[in-house]
Write a protein that binds this ligand. Structure first.
Ligand SMILES: NC(=O)c1ccc[n+]([C@@H]2O[C@H](COP(=O)([O-])OP(=O)(O)OC[C@H]3O[C@@H](n4cnc5c(N)ncnc54)[C@H](O)[C@@H]3O)[C@@H](O)[C@H]2O)c1
Length: 262
């Protein structure tokens, strides 16, 4: 187990992202919240977007309380027009989009593939794959428009890398996100736009509620490190990929999963 000291002191205090503007989808809670906090701690201006307005606004207050720069924009990622409005938001303020974190996502209720309804299938593909296609598309266009590049990080899942019984629609959507990232990355690599995918393993957030307590403890037993991940541990990887420290990395797929291999 990591020491308590390590868990308490996870934020870098450097300002290496000062002058950069970032958007985080699903930024109000969970992994998105920790990512927004860390981006802001490192000096970026952060646009937190979510459907949860109260949680988004309270995160903005939290970030502003330590001197961070942040604002909230409502965005339902299942609506293309919302994503266009979100990705245009910074340009409308004469700021450029440097970092786009496509994080919003939901899981399906555990169901075997042959019992999945068309309604559930369509919802998962829309929420977890088509939404990322839209965000990546419009963010890439923004980043190409002034030829200054940028970094796009798509939050996929280890579920998109292997088979996870009962999570079929989620697995398929996340596998699609991985392909969207790697293919999209190679198309724009020469123009300074980097696109990478992050694949978290099971991480302590509300999304795991669909599995119930028994499901969560089964997941935990399957993680070689012996515990679920913490949202900040995923945020650390996302923010590395957002920063210039990862300037030679594009089209890559990273696991952050405590060693999980099934
Ligand atoms: N927690 C895990 O174990 C785990 C594992 C692998 C991948 N992931 C991925 O990480 C990402 C973040 O999930 P999380 O674990 O932080 O879950 P979470 O439920 O804590 O957070 C998801 C966020 O997305 C927002 N959201 C939901 N529907 C939305 C919509 N239509 N439009 C905009 N925002 C919406 C929620 O309000 C919430 O703030 C997801 O893409 C998820 O699939 C999570």
């Amino acid at each position: 187990m990591p020491s308590h000291h390590f868990l308490k002191n996870h934020y870098g205090m450097d300002q290496s992202l000062f002058g950069k503007n970032a958007i985080v989808t699903g930024g109000a809670l969970g992994i998105g919240k920790e990512t927004s906090l860390l981006l802001a701690k490192k000096g970026a201006h952060v646009v937190v977007s979510d459907i949860k307005v109260d949680e988004g606004n309270s995160l903005v207050k939290e970030i502003q309380s330590f001197g961070g720069s942040c604002e909230f924009v409502t965005c339902d990622v299942s609506k293309e027009e919302d994503i266009i409005r979100l990705t245009d938001h910074l340009q409308n303020q004469n700021k450029r989009l440097d970092i786009m974190v496509n994080n919003a996502g939901i899981a399906n209720k555990p169901t075997f593939m042959h019992k999945v309804s068309t309604e559930v299938w369509n919802k998962l593909i829309l929420m977890d794959l088509t939404s990322v296609f839209w965000s990546q598309k419009y963010a890439t266009k923004q980043m190409l428009s002034d030829r200054k590049g940028g970094s796009i990080i798509n939050v996929a899942s280890i579920a998109g890398l292997g088979a996870s019984p009962s999570l079929g629609p989620y697995c398929v959507a996340k596998a699609g996100v991985i392909e969207l990232s790697t293919t999209g990355a190679l198309e724009v690599a020469k123009f300074g736009v980097r696109i990478n995918a992050v694949c978290p393993g099971w991480t302590e957030t509300a999304i795991l509620d669909v599995a119930g307590e028994r499901g969560k403890s089964a997941m935990e037993k399957n993680i070689p490190i012996g515990r679920l991940g913490k949202p900040f541990e995923v945020a650390n990887l996302i923010v590395f990929l957002a920063s210039d420290d990862s300037s030679f990395i594009t089209g890559s797929v990273y696991r952050v999963d405590g060693g999980t291999r099934s």
